[in-house]
Design a protein around this ligand. Structure first.
Ligand SMILES: [Zn+2]
Length: 337
């Protein structure tokens, strides 16, 4: 650490649990941020300002005007240019702190590339918007002994939980399986920017503590910024029967689910999720305020220009209007959950 670092981070160094040694650990740290939407863009800015030496930012999506109310890193011009979030984030972060080595990667995080994209990180931060990717991160992190911090926000409520493999419960100790059926998402239930920033702040605080001390107390924090509730409970004990951290089975790393496939010549992508029975009537009610939607017992068709999503009762979907599998998976995560 040189004199300019001492000056720049002086207020953080004065915070006793960090101090000069902690700051040095942050400068040496490498955090991978999986997903750079509302949570991830807050993570990236906060960690860059705190002086975390290396940031890898992974995102599959492009900036749209409806992102701007909660995605702190992005500006109107980014949405007008429809820049990839990872690329815009890299540019912005290098302006916030030019001494941070930041790499923005425009990619869909999958079992095929998770080792390349996350393998080098000291901590993984969850900035995703879907359970599929979170179970992939959990399997990867537990299999490699890497700490990661789960976070989710929708409407006015959110949750954060750090996972230190071998010490704390992992995601599958708490939620053994991904939720069945459609889930509320920011596109269907809305979200407040303050919900996201509270959850992202809790995740960043845990990340700083892990980088400085190597661990963090096991705890689950839930917040409701509108009704006013905040609750923190000790995370449950590790479950010896947990498929991931107990039995060390990592199905999400095995690409059991067929990858999304571009449908040749149709400007459409097929998503074949794991067996995921879908209540199409409930999904129809949720999507009705957002666009034209029709459903019968076999399939639901939802138009949101320039795309059209057809969701089948077994969870499979065809997304028309794009041949980009990352965009298609993003639309599925946003509207189906
Ligand atoms: Zn576990």
């Amino acid at each position: 650490m040189d004199a300019s670092d001492r000056e720049r981070y002086s207020r953080q160094i004065l915070f006793r649990p960090i101090g000069e040694r902690g700051q040095e650990a942050l400068l040496r740290g490498h955090v991978a941020i999986a997903g750079c939407g509302a949570l991830g863009s807050f993570h990236a800015a906060a960690l860059a300002r705190a002086g975390v030496g290396r940031l890898t930012i992974i995102d599959r999506d492009y900036i749209e005007p409806s992102n701007l109310h909660r995605q702190w890193l992005f500006e109107e011009a980014d949405a007008e240019e429809a820049l990839p979030k990872a690329a815009a984030a890299e540019r912005r972060i290098s302006r916030i702190n030019s001494r941070v080595a930041v790499r923005g990667i425009v990619a869909d995080l999958t079992a095929a590339n998770v080792e390349d994209l996350l393998g080098d990180a000291g901590v993984i931060l969850d900035g995703t918007d879907n359970f599929e990717t979170r179970y992939l991160i959990n399997d990867f992190a537990v299999s490699r002994g890497l700490p990661w911090v789960y976070g989710a926000a929708v409407a006015g409520y959110g949750i954060a939980m750090p996972v230190i493999p071998g010490h704390t419960a992992c995601l599958r100790c708490v939620y053994p399986d991904p939720p069945a059926g459609a889930q509320p998402t920011c596109e269907t239930a809305g979200v407040l920017n303050v919900t996201v920033s509270v959850v992202a702040s809790l995740q960043v605080a845990d990340t700083l503590q892990i980088l400085v001390t190597g661990t963090v107390p096991p705890r689950i924090t839930t917040i409701d910024v509108w009704k006013g509730g905040i609750r923190q409970i000790p995370a449950p004990e590790r479950d010896a029967e947990c498929p991931a951290c107990g039995k060390r089975e990592f199905p999400f790393l095995e690409e059991a689910a067929p990858p999304p496939a571009t449908l040749c010549g149709r400007n459409a992508v097929q998503i074949r999720d794991r067996e995921r029975p879908m209540d199409l009537e409930a999904l129809r009610e949720r999507l009705a305020p957002l666009g034209e939607v029709r459903a019968n017992e076999y399939a639901l068709r939802f138009r949101i220009a320039p795309y059209e999503l057809t969701v089948f009762a077994d969870g499979r979907a065809i997304i028309k209007g794009t041949s980009d599998t990352g965009i298609a998976r993003s639309l599925y995560a946003r509207y189906v959950g």
